[in-house]
Design a protein around this ligand. Structure first.
Ligand code: RIB
Length: 304
């Protein structure tokens, strides 16, 4: 099995459950609050570890109890946490999540220590990059750091997976060069490619634009419509796995984890996408980010 390195964010999620989302200026009564380990990078590393992958995480937390809890949670599923730096000057990242009765969420992230990651810190862990086969990144750490890691990983011929979330408009053209797999949802793709719409035609045009910028595989997740793989030579649609959604938080992270884990076993891209969909589908049936990641036994029971 190939080794996976996740470079990214760790957040403690403060999840407030509400019947419906409050409108601007409105006060409503919530039904409860939970503190759940999260952060896009940590969620992905956690899911890979829980599902039996060989995974290390590079990231940064503050010198506080939240950071300790997040590291311990990763270590509990065999994620190598030796590359998680404690930044004495910052607080651990936090995400404030409002979860409505239909399983939909809105998220505000306070980056904290995640935003303090620098290229100099990455230099201390170049060996970890060299020792890994697959590098997984998201955009909750400084873009400069993501690009620095990508360029170094590219020079070593590593497989690079990027989850472009949270998406932003100001991505320089050179960012895309050499990325092996990118997984935006249709809204993120529209933002990344400066498009207004999210119709099938918009999605295809956006994906082809990224292929033209030297991304090798663009996987666009389409929510209840499944997902689409676009490469230089093909466009392939994947039917969704239908489940009862309780909370979609970290569904995309679980997809990325499944994809990376399957690729680490040298499985075909089609199988890796289906496995990612299955991990993601099971995750939305439970509340929270890392609390919703299925076990190997749950995966086998549901999908065989
Ligand atoms: O992708 C879900 C994650 O986004 C949450 O866990 C939250 O921490 C934010 O980073």
């Amino acid at each position: 099995m190939k080794k996976i390195l996740v470079v990214g964010s760790l957040n403690m999620d403060c999840v407030v459950s509400v019947p419906t989302m409050p409108a601007p200026g409105e006060t409503i009564m919530g039904s409860g609050v939970d503190f759940i380990p999260g952060g896009k990078g940590a969620n992905q590393a956690y899911a890979i570890g829980k599902l039996g992958g060989q995974v290390q995480m590079l990231g940064s937390v503050g010198p506080d109890a939240l950071g300790e809890t997040l590291k311990a949670n990763l270590a509990a599923v065999n994620v190598d946490t030796t590359g998680i730096v404690v930044n004495q000057a910052e607080q651990t990242g936090q995400a404030f999540i409002t979860l409505d009765g239909q399983g939909r969420n809105s998220i505000i992230v306070i980056g904290g220590a995640n935003q303090s990651l620098t290229t100099e810190m990455i230099d201390q862990f170049k060996q970890a990059i060299a020792d890994s086969d697959i590098i997984v990144m998201q955009l909750e750490i400084p873009l400069e750091v993501v690009m620095y890691v990508k360029e170094y990983a590219l020079s070593l011929g590593k497989t690079i997976i990027v989850d472009p979330a949270p998406a932003t408009k100001d991505i320089p053209t050179e960012f895309w060069n050499g990325i092996d797999y990118i997984k935006p949802n249709e809204t993120e793709l529209a933002l990344l490619t400066n498009r207004e719409g999210t119709s099938k035609a918009d999605v295809l045009a956006g994906a082809r634009e990224l292929i033209a910028k030297s991304v090798k595989n663009v996987i666009v997740t389409l929510g209840e419509a499944g997902c689409l793989l676009v490469t230089k030579d093909q466009e392939l649609t994947f039917e969704p796995y239908k489940v009862e959604a309780v909370d979609t938080t970290a569904a995309g992270d679980c997809f990325i984890a499944g994809l990376a884990l399957s690729l680490s076993k040298s499985e075909k891209i089609e199988d890796a996408i289906r496995f990612g969909q299955q991990v993601s589908a099971l995750s939305v049936m439970k509340k929270g980010a890392q609390t919703s990641v299925p076990s190997i036994a749950e995966m086998q029971e549901k999908w065989g």
